[in-house]
Every structure is written in structure tokens, then in C-alpha cells.
Write a protein that binds this ligand. Structure first.
Ligand code: RB5
Length: 149
């Protein structure tokens, strides 16, 4: 599996649309829930995806809650995770080009389906620029290691 995806109830509808979009593109997906619009706690679902990416069991992840904020907070607690909440095309491109984000975070109550699919497409197709951006990511890794991550 190359992409793990999960949401809470606030992101459930958008998750289903993004899944359709990615499956049509031939991507391999691991759906870690939630599977209904019944209220659930976003940390449970954020952890599932972040853990898989952090352990290298999947290459990247997509997380969706109402705003995307809660999912970003939880995912970025995990070692090696660079989760980026994006709301526009520029941010989606920069999330990969500069930050090499391995988890894309979206807000189901913020960004509509068409735009979200465009943001996913941009993030997936953009290449990390490396060089000075790698140096900056190394500094983040150093902090993580120093703090026991
Ligand atoms: C759930 O109501 C909402 O708090 C959640 O989806 C998310 O937006 C949290 O950051």
C-alpha cells in the first residue's frame, strides 16, 4: 500500500470522494476509517495513519477532519512525520517542494471535494526540491531527536 487515508466524521464525506478519485487514478489505498458519519474522536484516526507512515509501512498519508487542525496536531507528534494542512494550491505545492510533507491534511468543512482532489493531485505530483530545504528538515529532525522523538 502506498497511501493510508483516514478521517473523523467531519471529514468522512470528503474522504470517500478522495478515495474514489485516487482509486480511479490507480493509486493503492489503505482506508483506516472512519466508515460512517457518526461522531468519533479524530486523534484515534490520526494516530492510525501517522503510525503507519512513521514506521515506514506506507509511504504517505492523507488525514481529514472538520478543519484539518486536530489531525495536524496529532500527526505531527509522531517521529518522522511532516503533516501539512493545506487549503490552497500554492500550499499544496509548497508542502511537498519545500517541506517534503509525508502526510497531507485537509479540512472537510473548509475545502470542497473538487478543490481537495486538486490539492491531493498537486501534492502527489510535486517533487521535493532538496538542498537548502533538506538542511531545514534536518534541523527539525535534530530537534525531534533531542526532544526524544
Ligand atoms: C469535530 O467536531 C471537529 O472538532 C474535528 O473534525 C476537527 O475539526 C478538529 O480539529
Amino acid at each position: 500500500m502506498s497511501i493510508a487515508i483516514a478521517s473523523d466524521h467531519g471529514g468522512f464525506e470528503l474522504k470517500e470522494e478522495i478515495k474514489k478519485f485516487l482509486l480511479e487514478k490507480g493509486e493503492e489505498l489503505l482506508d483506516l476509517g472512519t466508515n460512517t458519519d457518526t461522531a468519533v474522536d479524530y486523534p484515534e484516526y490520526g494516530m492510525k495513519v501517522a503510525e503507519k507512515v512513521s514506521r515506514g509501512e506506507v509511504e504517505k498519508g492523507i488525514l481529514i477532519c472538520g478543519t484539518g487542525i486536530g489531525m495536524s496536531i496529532v500527526a505531527n507528534k509522531f517521529s518522522g512525520i511532516r503533516a501539512a494542512l493545506v487549503t490552497n494550491e500554492f500550499m499544496a505545492r509548497m508542502a511537498k517542494e519545500h517541506n517534503n510533507a509525508n502526510i497531507l491534511v485537509l479540512g472537510g468543512r473548509v475545502t470542497d471535494c473538487d478543490k481537495s482532489c486538486r490539492l491531493v493531485e498537486i501534492w502527489l505530483s510535486t517533487k521535493f526540491a532538496g538542498e537548502r530545504h533538506q538542511r531545514r528538515l534536518d534541523k527539525i529532525k535534530d530537534v525531534e531527536t533531542k526532544l526524544g522523538g
